[in-house]
Design a protein around this ligand. Structure first.
Ligand code: NDP
Ligand code: 13P
Length: 333
């Protein structure tokens, strides 16, 4: 069997390990905490992140990066986006030569405004043809329950995307290939911000007209920025764009939507952070995406207002009022 290292033992790192195991790979998960590795090895369960779901025998875990990475020709990164840069140096000494690096992360780095593949390229100093992204409507719990879903594997080198597609194609997981890494990453990061916004609207008690309006204008905003930066517009209409946007904005399983909903109910940002250990990437990426849009000269009202709310400078009700009272304009520019 071919070996894959999955660096990060949260919900998605663990669920994607199950996909890889079902696809015929031997999987070694690196867990930040020893007790998570022990739970996976001894009880065949990640009791912190996916309780009650049995992991296949071909998934093991370790707290030691060297053991996780030994012999792995594919290395999957699944830590929170804002921690990637500080984590990479711990892994790099143990990378096999020519290993392919795959990002599962959906965020934009604060400060540098870099996508995760850009952070990897910079810190690991590897060719873009060896860096790939997996992104799509893939809520971890549903994937771990083996409910059918599709996704996108994107890499500038199409043969690498095809190799990864084969490695993660399983009876319940159907990956499509793409060469549009930029479009997939922007779609994945932006939908988290839109889901925060939709969650806020839901928390305020608004219904489906409101959420559908926000989802649609969120897609327009995402496509505007992605196209300005050079993405293929069709990527945003695909699984890594519209597909993920719909799943995340509609599902109570989404951490971003739930985060927004709690704000809509009146909790403070600090209270929401304190209520969960799981990452809601949009709460950080709203700020970097807003800055990215400003830099590109793009109108991004959803990113801008969500950032204002998360920074505590605006209430959720004021955000909704600001959206509806914006200057009238044509739908299609
Ligand atoms: N969950 C999902 O449905 C999906 C998530 N994603 C993306 O995958 C990425 C990972 O998310 P997910 O697995 O869901 O996150 P979780 O919140 O479920 O888990 C986070 C994981 O990262 C670890 N971690 C937290 N902080 C740090 C740090 N500073 N350095 C290293 N490790 C850290 C946690 O370890 P510890 O337990 O020790 O805190 C835990 O293993 C995100 O970018 C997310 O957007 C993409 C698709 C689906
Ligand atoms: O990316 C996801 C689904 O594709 C998961 O979304 P959340 O991080 O909001 O849970």
């Amino acid at each position: 069997m071919s070996k894959v290292a999955v660096l990060g033992a949260g919900s998605w790192g663990t669920a994607f390990s199950m996909v890889l195991a079902d696809g015929g790979n031997d999987v070694a998960i690196w867990a930040r905490r020893e007790e998570v590795a022990a739970s996976i090895n001894e009880r065949r369960e990640n009791s912190d992140y996916l309780p009650g779901l049995e992991l296949p025998r071909s998934v093991s875990a370790t707290h030691d990066p060297e053991r996780a990475l030994a012999g792995a020709d594919v290395v999957v990164l699944a830590v929170p986006s804002q921690s990637l840069r500080t984590n990479l140096p711990m892994f790099l000494p143990y990378l096999e030569p020519d290993a392919v690096l795959v990002s599962l992360m959906k965020g934009i780095e604060l400060g540098t405004l870099e996508r995760m593949s850009e952070v990897i390229r910079e810190v690991a100093d590897v060719d873009p043809g060896r860096i790939a992204v997996v992104s799509g409507p893939n809520l971890a719990k549903e994937i771990a329950r083996r409910e059918p879903a599709a996704s996108v594997v994107a890499c500038e080198d199409e043969s690498v995307a095809t190799m990864l597609q084969k490695r993660c194609h399983s009876p319940a997981f159907r990956p499509y290939t793409s060469v549009d890494v930029l479009g997939c990453e922007l779609g994945g990061a932006y939908k988290n911000v839109v889901a925060l916004c939709v969650g806020m609207a839901v928390g305020l008690g608004f219904g489906d007209n409101t959420t559908a309006s926000l989802i649609t204008r969120g897609l327009a905003e995402t496509a505007r920025l992605a196209m300005r930066l050079g993405a293929n517009p069709l990527t945003l209409m695909g699984l890594a764009g519209l597909g993920d946007l719909v799943a995340t904005c509609s599902s109570p399983l989404s951490r971003n939507r739930t985060f927004g909903e709690k704000l809509g109910h009146g909790m403070t940002v600090e209270e929401v952070y304190a209520s969960t250990r799981q990452v809601a990437e949009g709460a950080k990426s709203c700020s970097s995406i807003r800055a990215l849009a400003e830099k590109a000269g793009i109108d991004a009202p959803i990113a801008e207002h969500v950032d204002e709310v998360v920074a505590g400078r605006m209430t959720t009700a004021e955000m909704m009022e600001a959206f509806i009272s914006r200057d009238p304009k044509a739908e299609i520019e």
